[in-house]
Design a protein around this ligand. Structure first.
Ligand SMILES: Nc1ccn([C@@H]2O[C@H](COP(=O)(O)OP(=O)(O)OP(=O)(O)O)[C@@H](O)[C@H]2O)c(=O)n1
Ligand SMILES: C[C@](O)(CO)[C@H](O)COP(=O)(O)O
Length: 230
């Protein structure tokens, strides 16, 4: 039988940068909430058997969603930082070899990208992440906002999600790295802190993370365009 995987969806954020009255993962995009789009993309993939959703302590929204009753969904309590939420989710993944971690706030994920990530991760000892190369000239500024240098963009990427790693390796990395969690903004950065070099897999640039209000119409357009998501 083809190996099945588990996914962890960190969904315990408050969405401060969105500035909405509810966490951004519960805002409506077309016919359903952001998190429902995200979970549907994962749950409908043939190699994802279960999805662990890390929820905020005050979350009163998830239980009201129909998808919350899907038997493939496991709920856990998230933590103060995204890395804490992911580590909490990993405690429910110990019977699996591999885990995909995907932001609840990235609803435009396609099965083609999940397929590419799985192939890339299984071919790499250190796991893999989806990413897309930067397109603009990149600048570094000083604290006063003055440009101090132009950064070589040749090998510069936007890290996306899902990110896929062996469960034991990622659990160890996040447990060890949490002492330095200020620098752990994605799973790969914790793996890198152990000295490993995960594989970068080319992903779609429309797999955006909904962060600010202007991202909502963009995600709506992308979902309309994505006729072949699954
Ligand atoms: N303590 C946290 C913080 C974030 N997340 C999740 O991690 C993903 C990416 O984080 P981000 O875009 O930063 O979401 P928020 O933290 O909600 O946004 P903000 O920083 O604007 O508050 C989101 O799905 C968010 O719900 C989480 O599970 N636990
Ligand atoms: C994990 C991530 O989406 C990869 O780009 C990003 O690091 C999340 O950062 P955030 O500040 O928690 O949104």
């Amino acid at each position: 039988m083809t190996e099945q995987f588990i996914a962890v969806v960190p969904a315990a954020g408050v969405g401060a940068r969105m500035g909405a009255s509810i966490p951004k993962q519960y805002l409506m995009l077309q016919d359903k909430t952001v998190i429902e789009h995200t979970l549907t993309a994962l749950l409908s993939h043939p190699r994802i058997a279960q999805v662990v959703v890390a929820l905020g302590p005050e979350d009163g929204w998830f239980a009201d969603l129909t998808i919350a009753n899907d038997p493939a969904i496991i709920r856990v309590d998230g933590g103060k930082e995204r890395a804490d939420s992911v580590l909490a989710g990993l405690q429910a993944c110990q019977s699996y070899n591999w885990v995909l971690v995907h932001d609840a706030a990235r609803p435009c994920l396609t099965h083609a990208d999940i397929d590419s990530l799985i192939a890339g991760a299984l071919a790499s000892k250190h796991g893999a992440i989806l990413g897309c190369q930067v397109r603009d000239t990149m600048k570094r500024t000083n604290a006063q906002g003055n440009i101090i240098t132009t950064v070589d963009r040749e090998l510069l990427w936007h890290a996306l999600t899902p990110q896929m790693f062996p469960v034991t390796l990622l659990t160890n990395a996040l447990t060890t790295g949490l002492a330095d969690k200020a620098n752990i903004t994605d799973e790969a950065s914790a793996i890198e802190l152990l000295g490993f070099t995960p594989k970068m897999v080319i992903g779609r640039a429309d797999n955006i993370k909904i962060t600010r209000p202007e991202d909502m119409p963009l995600a709506t357009l992308f979902l309309q365009q994505l006729t072949q998501r699954y």
